[in-house]
Design a protein around this ligand. Sequence first.
Ligand code: ADP
Ligand code: ASP
Ligand code: MG
Length: 501
Amino acid sequence: MIVMKFGGTSVESAEAIERIAKIVARQRKRLPLVVVSAMAKVTDQLVSMGQEAASGDCDAAIELLRAMRERHFQAAKELLGAKRAASLAPRLGSHFAELENLLRGLAAVRELTPRGSDYLLSFGELLSSIIVADAFTLRGLSAAWVDSRECLVTDSSFTRAVPQMAETREHCKKKIAPLIAKKRIPVLGGFIAATCAGIPTTLGRGGSDYSAAIVGAALDADQIEIWTDVEGMMTTDPRLCPGARTIKQISFNEAAELAYFGAKVLHPATLLPAIHKDIPVYVLNSRNLKSTGTEITAHAPPSRDTFRAITAKTGISIVNVVASRGVGVHAFLRSVFETMDRHSASVDIVAISEVSLSFTMESKRLPQALLNDLEQIAEVNCEQNQAIICLVGEDIHGKPGIAASVFNTVAKADVNVRMISQGASEINISFVISEADVPKAVRHLHDHFFPETMDTRAAARANVNGRSRRVRTKASSVVGARISTGRSRFALQTKAAAAVS
Ligand code: ADP
Ligand code: ASP
Ligand code: MG
C-alpha cells in the first residue's frame, strides 16, 4: 500500500484534479491511499475570513466566504457535470452553512482562539477532499471519502497539534484498513485531525505532508509520495534561484534538516514517522506525469557536490541577552535556559560568550512574556527581520576549508553575517543574515557550490516552470560574525519524539 499526498496547487482547479486522478489511476495496483490539501490559497483565505470576522467586520468575512463557495461549486461542476455536482451540492452546502455560522459567531464574540482557528481552517481540507473523492469515483476509481478527524488523533495543542500515534494507529486500522482490503481508494483531507474528544485540531501550516506520513506509518505503507508543484526537493528554493536543480536522492537526516531550516516543500515533522518505520518518501511533481523527483531514504549515495542543498528560513528574530555585571557565568546561563524552558521556547541557533547569550527564534513564535521574563535577569534586545541560511550535506563532516569557502562566498556577495553555527550533527553550516539579503546570498552560494553545466542548465529550465522570480536587495558588508555552540531544537525534538513513539 502506498500513500499519495497532493498539495494545494495539485488540487487548485478542476484541471489539476483531473491530472491527479490520472496519476492515482496509474498506481491503482499498488493500493493507494490519497491525502489532499485544501485548494491553493484556501487556507490563507480562511485565515483572512477569521481575522475579518474577529475584528467585527462580518460582511467582509461573508464576502470572502461567497467567493470561496463559488470556486468550490464551480470546480465541482467542471469535474462532475451539472447533474452529479447538484447531488453533491447539499453536502458541500452544509459545510459552507456551518462555516458561515462560525464566522457570525466569531464576529459576535470578536475573538478567534487557537481552538476556533483550527475549527475554521479545517473546512479547506474537508471541502477539497469531498470533491476529489467524487471526481475519482466518476473516473472509475473506487474512492471512499474518509473523515481525517476520525482517524488522526492528536493532543490539544491547537494550531500545532502533536499526533498520538497509538490511538491514530488503532483508528486507522479500524476505519481505513478495511477499505484498502476491499481495494477501495481512501481519500482524506490532510492537515486536520481531532483530539480524542473529537475536537478539531490542525498539524500546523503545511501539515498535509505530515498527515501523509502519519497515516503511512500507522498503516505500514511501502512508500509515501508527496506530489507538489516542483520537480522534487531541489538544491535551493527555485523561487529564489532559477538555477536550482532536483536532488535525485537524499538521506532522511539531510532532508529533515532542510525542511526544518525552511525548505517549504516538506513540513518539518514529515520525516519523523517515516524514519521511525523506515518508509521511503518521494517528492514528485504533479504537473509532470513522468516525474522521477527525489527519493528520501535512510541512506543516500554521497553527493558529487560539497553540499546537498541550501535553504533560507525568514521571519527570524535574534534575541541578545547580556548578563548584569558580577553575575557568574553558570548562574547566568542556568537562569536563561530555565526561562526558555518555562516558555517551551523552540530555539534555532544559540551563541554564547562569557557575559552574553544570543539565540534565534521564529518571530511569530517569540512570546513577549519570554522577553519580559528574560529582562528580569539580564539586559535584553531583540532584532527582527533576520533569516537563517543553512547549507546541508552529510559529506561535509571532517573536511577542512568548507566553512572558509562558505563565508568567502558570502563576503563576495557583500552580505553581513550576524551569527554562525556548525550544528552538533555536523551535517549543516547555518548562519544568520538580514532577511533583505537572502536572495543575494543564496544566489551567490548556489552559483559557487552548484556551478552550472550544460546538463544542469537544461534541467533547471524544466524545473522552474515559470514560478521563479528575481528579487532585488540592498548591499551591506561582512562584519563581526559570532561563532556559536551549535543549535538547539529541544522543543521540536522532544515534542516530535513523543509524537512518534
Ligand atoms: P504544496 O502546496 O504542494 O504542499 P508547497 O508550496 O508547500 O507545496 O511547497 C512547494 C514549494 O516549496 C515550491 O513551490 C518551492 O517554491 C518551495 N521550496 C522551498 N525550498 C525548496 C526546495 N529546496 N526544493 C523544492 N521546493 C522548495
Ligand atoms: N492547507 C494547509 C496549509 O495551507 C495545509 C497544507 O497545505 O499542507 O497550510
Ligand atoms: Mg506544503
